[in-house]
Design a protein around this ligand. Sequence first.
Ligand code: AVJ
Length: 322
Amino acid sequence: AQLARLIRRPWQQTPEDWEIRAELEAGLMAQDAAISPKYFYDPLGSKLFEAICELPEYYPTRTEAAIFEQHADDIAAAIGTGVTLVDLGAGNCAKAARLFPTLKPRQYVPIDISAEFLREAVAGLRQQFPDIPMHEVAMDFSAGLELPATVSRDRRLFFYPGSSLGNFDAQQALAFLRRMRHALQIGEAGGVLLGLDLVKDADVLDAAYDDELGVTAAFNLNLLNHVNRLLGTDFNARDWQHVGFYNAPRQRVEMHLEARHDLIVHWDGGHRAFLRGERIHTENSHKFRQQDIHDLLEQAGFGEVRMWCDAQRWFAVCHARV
Ligand code: AVJ
C-alpha cells in the first residue's frame, strides 16, 4: 500500500479513505472521544467558517487583517518581493490575495484539505490576478509538506495565518514548525509568515467561540454530518450540543460536542455508547504569549523573528527566516 501510494502520489495528497476511517474510528473509540478539527472543513464547514469570520464576536480575522493593513510596508520589507507564496489552509484565499499587491509573489500555491472549496476560490482568483501563476494543491498538509515538483523551491514563504497553528498542542506545533524549516532549507532563503492569537480575557474568548447567533455551534455540529459521510456513522446533530470555552490553565479554547441524552452511535464495524453529558473533543485553539512565539520559533530553528501586533495586543503577525 505504501509503495502504491508513493507511485500514485509522489507528494502526500489527501489520505486514503481507509486511513480517514481508521483515524475517525480510533478517535470515537478512545476513552475521551475526539475528532480532529481538520474534519470541520467539508464544503458547508468551509462556508460556516467564512461566516464565523464575519461575526462581531470573532475578532481574530479582522484583527489580523488590520495588522496586515497597518504594517503592510514593514511586513513586505521584511519578506521581500517575488516569493513563492505557499498558503497553508488557504480556504477562500482572501488573506493571501490581500498581500498580492505589496508582495508580488512569483507563484501562489494555496493548499487546503477542502478540495472543492479551494478549486472554486482559485478559479475566482485567477480572473482577478491573471499575472500571478497559481498552483492549488488539495491535501492534508498535517501529514507532510512535500509539494509537487512543479512548485518552485525558490524563496518559499509558508503563510500560516488565522492562528491555525493554535490547533496543535505545543509539541505538535514545534514539530510542524520544524517540518516547515526543514522543507525551507532545501530551497533558497525561505521563511514563514504566521498569524497567532494572543492570550486575553476569558470573556472575549468565550464569546468568540460561543457566539450569539450559534454559527460556531452549527460549525461544530456540522462535523457530525461530515463524519456520517466519511465513516458511515448515524450521528444526529440534534442529539448533541455545542460547548466552547476558554481553559485558562491550559491556555486554550476548547470545543466539544456534548450528548444531550444517553445514546449509541453505530457504524459499519463498530459502535460507541455515550452517556448524557459525555463529550467528543473537537478542537483546541491555543492562545500564545509573545514570549511563547519567540521560544517556539527559536526552538524550531528559525531566526530574525519580527512581530507586529494590534494596539490591544490581541493578535500577532510574525515573520521569521531559516
Ligand atoms: C481556523 C483553527 C484558527 O481556532 O479560531 C473558529 C477555527 N473554531 N471558531 C480558531 C475556529 C471555532 C479557528 N482556526
